[in-house]
Design a protein around this ligand. Structure first.
Ligand code: ATP
Ligand code: MG
Length: 584
């Protein structure tokens, strides 16, 4: 279908020369500057025509990928009754991020941050038989989360667009199949949006469940820290297994050393002239039952709170007063001479270090050569440390690399968490009533738009991948008199006939202004038409992504674009960079 040629003279795309003060990262600045969106309130944005076109394209890609794996689109309300959230227990558990309100009859509601409760209540009385399973339903809808720090524009907003899908199964195998389909679809979505991404091992956090993968767009502005390996392994450092290599300093007897004023690992390592990996860090806390737990990790690593809580059955750090009560000293804690009943859990990497450099449980003193078994005992060994670059890949053993990422989407195996708490059951083959086994799958559609800009922009502005650009080609007449405008109009119309989405910059502006706006907005292809070129029978074509420019004979231009279009259509994902224009 031919779309009408857009006219810059009519388009509501108010570009800005300067970035607004509160915008810190490229996507936030450029989406505002390019006239794609405007801030309405903190973490709340209006999409202007060009930004909305991009959002709609990302939505279409998501929709195509969901439909392709047999998920069915529905539309649930954003407004959700509190009763459903009481049933699942999340009215209390979700905390202040949940936007709560009440109606004129004093009935409580929330604005949905996610829709597990709603969808479970939707199907629980009507999806009755194993014969109807599996079933996957999805929607593309606005979500609300009263984030503590809304920031970075669309990356962390309080109102945002999410595609959320939910699947219902009779068996774990069936869930696994859909989970794998969804994971593949999520990879396709990232690829078709032009994102450099990694699927990473993740922690399941709030939602619960056992198996989950996050899809991370690699970008320095990302809030997530990742490790990844050339073998393909990648993990969020919140969740990744840590295989590290602490080093032995000395093992020739227990030696108490005066370390006056030394409280940090850095100070201790410097004082002794040894690497931090030869020291051991201690942390004291209590578990959910109030039992004293002391944890040890290699000095050059941090304790992972999620792993700590899992290993100890909850782990809350002791306050200074509590430590004093136990006779423990911050900065000189160690495993020798701990209070009666303290439960010691140490990072399993330390099992290979026979004698430790560690606090002496006495202000201003440390031990060197504290030997496992002889001087102290460890009750449990566990993976406790936050993985970091340089640690070993759990799959192939090579050193891991570090990166930052933007979580654009996530898939979860929920199991029966919601179906059990909300009584959603079906009749299985054996005639027994069973809770659904569920999965849930979310794509941050508006966050994806920001992630694309983070990866596809430069000092001059955005460089949209063809697949999500607000239009494919911008025709720029350098003058509005003589032949220039009529030729530009004709070319714009021809390109539109070929199936390109075309915009013409027919504004009464200087060429410099038009070029700057075209680069800022980020049209993938610019076709520049000026009198001098016309006199020579050529027009100039510029690719935004590479900045490459070429004079093309008028006579072959349309044929060349037609060829590029066919090539792009034939490419795997149905889009291309149009570099092909320059390869001939
Ligand atoms: P985060 O850890 O970044 O807060 P989340 O893990 O809580 O995100 P999910 O519940 O997994 O988010 O939601 C699915 C998707 O929705 C996320 O992968 C992300 O792309 C998007 N999303 C979540 N919170 C926001 C937000 N505040 N602004 C924009 N997009 C968001
Ligand atoms: Mg998530």
């Amino acid at each position: 279908m031919t779309s009408p040629v857009l006219r810059m003279s009519k388009l509501y795309a108010p570009t800005l020369k300067e970035s607004p003060n509160d915008a810190e990262i490229a996507s936030h600045k450029l989406l505002l500057r390019a006239g794609m969106m405007r801030k309405t309130a903190s973490g709340v944005y209006t999409f202007l025509p060009l930004g909305y076109k991009v959002l709609a394209k990302v939505e279409s890609i998501v929709r195509e990928e969901m439909d392709a794996i047999g998920a069915q689109e529905i539309m649930m309300p954003a407004l959700q009754p509190a009763e459903l959230w009481h049933e699942s227990g999340r009215w209390n558990d979700y905390g202040p991020e949940l936007m709560r309100l009440s109606d004129r009859h004093d009935h409580d509601f929330c604005l949905g941050p996610t829709h597990e409760e709603l969808i479970t209540s939707l199907v629980r009385n009507e999806l009755r038989s194993y014969k109807q399973l599996p079933l996957s339903l999805y929607q593309i809808q606005v979500k609300f989360r009263d984030e503590i720090r809304p920031r970075f524009g669309l990356l962390r907003s309080r109102e945002f667009i999410m595609k959320d899908a939910y699947s219902f199964h009779a068996t774990q195998e069936s869930l696994q199949e859909t989970y794998d389909d969804m994971s593949r679809a999520y990879g396709n979505i990232c690829e078709r949006c032009g994102l450099d991404y990694r699927p990473v091992e993740a922690d399941s956090g709030q939602i619960g469940g056992k198996v989950t993968t996050e899809f991370m767009a690699l970008a320095p502005a990302g809030e997530a820290e990742l490790v990844h390996c050339s073998c393909g392994y990648a993990a969020n450092t919140e969740a990744g297994e840590c295989i590290c290599h602490p080093t032995l300093y000395k093992n020739d007897g227990l030696e108490k050393i005066a370390t006056p004023g030394i409280h940090t690992i850095e100070e201790l390592a410097e004082f002794l002239g040894i690497p931090e990996s030869s020291t051991v860090k201690a942390l004291s806390g209590k578990n959910d039952e109030g039992k004293l737990i002391v944890m040890f990790v290699p000095g050059d690593h941090e304790l992972n709170e999620i792993k700590a809580a899992r290993a100890a059955g909850g782990f809350e750090l002791l306050t200074d007063d509590e430590m004093e009560g136990y006779g423990l000293h911050k900065g000189s804690m160690g495993p020798v001479g701990l209070p009666e009943g303290a439960h010691v859990i140490a990072d399993r990497s330390l099992e290979s270090v026979p004698a430790w450099v560690v606090g002496a449980n006495e202000e201003g003193y440390h031990y060197v050569g504290a030997a496992i078994g002889r001087d102290f005992t460890v009750d449990e060994w566990a993976d406790l440390s936050v993985v970091k670059p340089g640690d070993s890949c759990p799959v192939c053993g090579l050193p891991l690399q570090g990166a930052r990422g933007i979580e654009v989407s996530q898939v979860f195996q929920l199991g029966t968490k919601y179906s059990e708490s909300m009584g959603a059951t079906f009749m299985d083959e054996d005639g027994k009533e069973k809770p659904f086994i569920m999965g849930c799958y979310g794509v941050g559609v508006s966050r994806t738009v920001a992630a694309i800009v983070e990866q596809h922009s430069d000092d001059a502005g955005i460089a949209w991948p063809m697949s999500v650009a607000p239009a494919h080609v911008c025709v720029i007449p350098l003058a509005l008199n003589g032949d220039v405008l009529p030729v530009a109009e004709k070319i714009a119309a021809q390109l539109a006939d070929l199936g390109f989405e075309v915009v013409i910059d027919d504004r009464k502006e200087r060429p410099g202004v038009k070029f700057a706006d075209a680069d800022l907005i980020g049209w993938p292809v610019q076709v520049i038409i000026g009198q001098r070129g016309l006199d020579n029978g050529t027009i100039e074509v510029k690719l935004r992504r590479t900045g490459d420019k070429r004079d093309v004979p008028m006579a072959t231009f349309v044929e060349m674009m037609s060829f590029a279009r066919r090539q792009a259509k034939a490419s795997k994902a149905g889009y291309g960079t149009f570099d092909i224009l320059f390869d001939r």
